[in-house]
Design a protein around this ligand. Sequence first.
Ligand code: ATP
Ligand code: MG
Length: 382
Amino acid sequence: MRKILLVRFGEVFLKGQNRPFFMKKLTDHIQEAVRSVGGHVWLGEGRIYVSDFTDIDECIRRVTRVFGVHSVSPAVEMEKDDFNAICAEAVEMMRPLSGTFKVLARRSDKKYPLNSPEIMRQAGGCILSHLPQLKVDVNNPDHVMMIEIREKAYLSVERIPAVEGMPMGTNGKACLLLSGGIDSPVAGFMIAKRGVELCCVHYHSFPYTSERAREKVLELARQLSEYCGKMRVYVVPFTEIQMQIHQKCPDNYTTLIMRRYMMRIAEILANQDGAQALITGESVGQVASQTMEALGCTDEVVSMPIFRPMIGMDKSEIIERAKKIGTFETSSLPYEDCCTVFTPKHPTTHPKKELIRKAEEVLDSDKLIAAAIEQTEIVEVG
Ligand code: ATP
Ligand code: MG
């Protein structure tokens, strides 16, 4: 008899010919996630199992963050021949609980001497006779004792919901523009949840932004990597570009021109990294650079799709999600972002594309971009 974890996955993506590919990805990611707690992962019928972990709570925390995992149950694995022993263990597992319960049984071993209704009846009767604090409720019980007879017998009561989504790497790769703010980590999370692998680009304006601001962004990337696995972060020096824009372009257009450079550089790095789309944390109307016209101006400089999963969300909804994912606290640290360093007094909210193109002509775009990419630092996180 030993403690293991039963891992359930969503059924939707398991249809059709892709199934082996999805399952391989999912088991690999779970194995990767539990490596540091010594966990061993294997695929059974309709379930993934984890055993041999050193710290069950940490193991559960990690597995519930793997995209594609639906729920996790701590379970006892035991030999199936001695049904009395199974009933005795079921009683032990239910002993600390009170309220109502039912027993559910599943039997993939059709040669097993008891069928599912018999297992439920006998185990339920045994629990009732030993534990007077419990009552049966088959419709809406507080607890479900699950007994599964497969290669061995598996008993579980607790079911911990996991992150769901699709296994990482089953839907290509995208490049997240990661600031130190609240929105962009959540945006990255939402796209990654659909099975999209991430790489990140961060622009910093040293010495106008501090080393601590950079560390904060790397910490956010590390927090994201708890869900997405290892990620590459491109840390791009942006000071020279910002200074040039600040000196040579009309004040009310500087923010937007800066954002166009962010997109251009991100697209180049994304291409180098094999990513097929960009991701930002923008939301309609949140700031001057996120009006409809402004978004149109940033879109026109790249040909890759730009995913903006927060586009229709209120700040309060984004904050709620950031708290749930676990990035909110770090995002709220008060370090400056490069966007706030050279903020113009009156950024335009109704920019004209022709005017922006004209305003940019004074800049030696190719040279500025090449220099920024040349000095980009690559940091691996996760
Ligand atoms: P966030 O909370 O994500 O910083 P925001 O509401 O502060 O967003 P902006 O500062 O206008 O809005 O940034 C919009 C988007 O541009 C961000 O969500 C992010 O994707 C990208 N971005 C902004 N600053 C940076 C940066 N320094 N490095 C990389 N991407 C950035
Ligand atoms: Mg920001």
